[in-house]
Design a protein around this ligand. Structure first.
Ligand SMILES: [Fe+2]
Length: 213
């Protein structure tokens, strides 16, 4: 995971927020418990000369080099993401509409459109292709260290059974959501949101998946 700061100005972030406000919803996803999990809209980053393309493209190219859009969305998360990877297998099983055409190579790119102490993405030093069958595939051999309490307290949206496995995963780092920031990671890297439910807020971002040359 890499973090780049001060890439977008407040004005550019505001223009992205305004743009997506007017876009139609393309998908609403509900949690297994029936609660609204996230509202998704097209990024339009794949459309040359769209507002997002004009704001994002040259700056992202300066960071990661020439890249090809594989998929992505504007997302308004009402519930925190549980531990997952951004691979094609995962999308086919869970996301439906966001299947990329280029296998599961490439990088995720996060552009937060909101910031605050509740909003974080945790990245683990653990890479897998799929979490479809859940926690059986997650076993981390080195179980000599466990995550500190302050990290475990960010993961209260995972079940106790899941936390029994997650606690042995090595943490690579935590990306705080900050406006202007860009976060990138390999698509098969395990990551999840912090549990922001107590804040009562929802969280907005642009997420795209790209391949680089
Ligand atoms: Fe993800």
């Amino acid at each position: 995971m890499l973090i780049y700061d001060n890439i977008f100005s407040k004005d550019e972030i505001q223009r992205l927020i305004e743009f997506y406000k007017d876009q139609p919803t393309s998908n609403e996803r509900r949690h297994a418990n029936g609660k609204l999990q996230r509202v998704v809209k097209s990024t339009d980053y794949n459309i040359k000369d769209s507002v997002p393309y004009n704001i994002i493209h040259d700056k992202l190219e300066a960071l990661i080099g020439p890249h090809t859009f594989s998929g992505g969305h504007y997302v308004d998360s009402h519930l925190p993401y549980e531990l997952h990877v951004d691979t094609v297998k995962h999308f086919q099983s869970k996301e439906g509409v966001f299947v990329a055409s280029d296998g599961q190579t490439g990088y995720g790119v996060l552009i937060p459109l909101i910031e605050g102490p509740e909003f974080k993405t945790l990245f683990f030093d653990h890479y897998i292709d799929d979490l479809q069958f859940g926690w059986k595939t997650l076993h981390h051999e080195d179980r000599s260290n466990t995550l500190p309490d302050n990290v475990m307290s960010m993961l209260t949206h995972q079940t106790p059974e899941e936390l029994e496995e997650i606690k042995y995963l090595p943490l690579e780092g935590i990306a705080d959501w900050k406006l202007g920031r860009v976060v990138t990671w390999p698509r098969n890297q395990l990551h999840c949101s912090s549990d922001f439910r107590k804040s009562g807020l929802t969280k907005q971002a642009v997420v795209v998946w790209v391949t680089t040359d």
